[in-house]
Ligand binder design. Structure first.
Ligand code: NAP
Length: 416
């Protein structure tokens, strides 16, 4: 992993490159390399911000996207590293907590630098434990060309006089590139090539980042709260907790791979995916007849395969879901099928990796793949599930075998 922070014990000096990196660009990379060279620094650790305390109202791109773009941008430089410590740390993000945490993985005499945009220096005394922070690391304030330096120098002087602080200054011509300009260009369909590494550009296009997205209106007859209330009485406590976990995980995946409308649909499909799972056998049979659900030979021999198909009908009739995409995501969440829609993939994966799942072999790998590539995650989950079903001498549904064949072939083609 690139955030193996224990590695830093070998370093005499480390610079933290803090920023939102939304997205990371050549200005950031040139800055990091220039600072590394000027101060003879062993390692520069890029730390994308988590939930900045000063920006709780500002919309930034999802943490995982910003983190992955930073990994892609820095992977060719062995003196660069990326850390997840801010995005994985719960609560609001303060630089002092990052530096304190990082210091635990460094030798006691390490020299630490914090590189950031010069504007931050003007506000630094408003940061949490700023005085201690200034004593723990040197600051390198970097500016883009044309920056009015006089006020910055006055501020640095004042800080030096008042506190134990080492604040350095560097103008970096490459910082004529800015993240906000790249976002605005991408939104207007203008080229962003040569402003950032090709891998980051490809990533932005692949996930459609920074494009204006229409918020399709998704209306449900019952509110989400009403659905939750109904589910609480229909499901066991354990199943209800699992259901909430699937809904949350599905929204997280939709935030990465989909549109705001997909997030709404993922929330509801996740909530309702097991809505018929706790029906006792007599009720299940009665509803299957009433809702004319066709059960094949495998389902009859293994009735737990019926609940997703029954669940889709229950969602339609009792929870008044009309959206066919949501109904299919419920219908195929257990067996999967070949060529699934985005929502079907999201619910299928979320059901497997949701945070309340008890640990089992292969779970972490599925979680890792889910945030890298949905199709690879599906292939992995199908392989694990099929192996598990065979081991238990249970029956496999042909839809799962077709799905496995489809995703194995698809992933193989993409590798070539
Ligand atoms: P930001 O919104 O990403 O950046 C503000 C401006 O500074 C932008 O023009 C940005 O250019 C530039 N910039 C930021 N980081 C840079 C870097 N490392 N190298 C070159 N230019 C950089 O970030 P921010 O909110 O100012 O935060 C910067 C860092 O300070 C983060 O690590 C953040 O967590 C920390 N911070 C901590 C506290 C606290 O502890 N209370 C408060 C504020 C900030 P681009 O848009 O082109 O990147």
């Amino acid at each position: 992993m690139r955030n193996e922070i224990a590695d830093f014990k070998n370093c005499e000096s480390i610079a933290v490159m803090g920023g939102t990196f939304d997205p990371i660009h050549y200005g950031h990379l040139v800055t990091a390399e220039a600072v590394r060279h000027r101060f003879h620094i062993d390692k520069v650790i890029f730390i994308p911000t988590g939930r900045p305390a000063h920006k709780t109202n500002k919309k930034v791109t999802h943490n995982e996207h910003r983190y992955l773009m930073t990994v892609l941008a820095t992977m060719r430089n062995e003196n660069f590293d990326v850390s997840r410590i801010e995005i994985d740390r719960p609560g609001l993000t303060y630089t002092i907590d990052t530096i304190e945490q990082l210091k635990q993985y460094c030798r006691p005499d390490v020299r630490l630098y914090f590189i950031t945009g010069a504007d931050a220096i003007h506000q630094i005394m408003t940061w949490k434990d700023s005085e201690r922070l200034l004593s723990l690391c040197d600051f390198v304030a970097v500016t883009r060309p044309g920056y009015q330096k006089n006020e910055l120098f006055a501020e640095i002087d004042a800080l030096r006089k008042k506190y134990v602080s080492h604040i350095h200054y560097m103008e970096v011509p490459a910082l004529a590139i800015s993240s906000s300009d790249i976002r605005s260009r991408a939104e207007r369909g203008m080229p962003i090539k040569y402003l950032l590494p090709q891998e980051v550009e490809d990533y932005i296009h692949k996930f459609g980042l920074y494009q204006k997205k229409e918020m399709d209106e998704v209306k449900f007859m019952l509110s989400v709260e009403m659905m939750q209330e109904k589910l609480q009485s229909a499901l066991s406590v354990k199943r209800y907790i699992h259901t909430m976990g699937v809904s949350q995980e599905a929204v997280k995946l939709a935030e990465i791979y989909g549109t705001p409308a997909d997030c709404e649909k993922a929330k509801v499909a996740g909530l309702l995916h097991d809505c018929a799972k706790d029906y006792p056998p007599n009720l299940r049979e009665r509803f299957c007849k009433e809702y004319k659900i066709k059960t094949d030979e495998i389902m009859q021999k293994q009735p737990d395969l019926i609940h997703p198909f029954l669940g889709a009908e229950v969602a339609k009739r009792e929870y008044q879901i009309q959206d066919e995409e949501i109904l299919n995501a419920i219908r195929y969440h257990t067996t999967g099928r070949a060529n699934m829609t985005l929502l079907e993939k999201i619910v299928f994966i979320a059901d497997y990796i949701e945070p309340h799942r008890e640990k089992f072999e292969g779970l972490e790998e599925a979680r890792r793949l889910a945030y890298l590539d949905l199709d690879m995650a599906i292939k992995e989950i199908l392989e694990q599930t099929i192996a598990f079903v065979k081991k238990r001498n249970r029956l496999l549904h042909p839809l799962s075998l077709e799905a496995l064949d489809y995703y194995q072939t698809k992933n193989m083609k993409e590798e070539y």
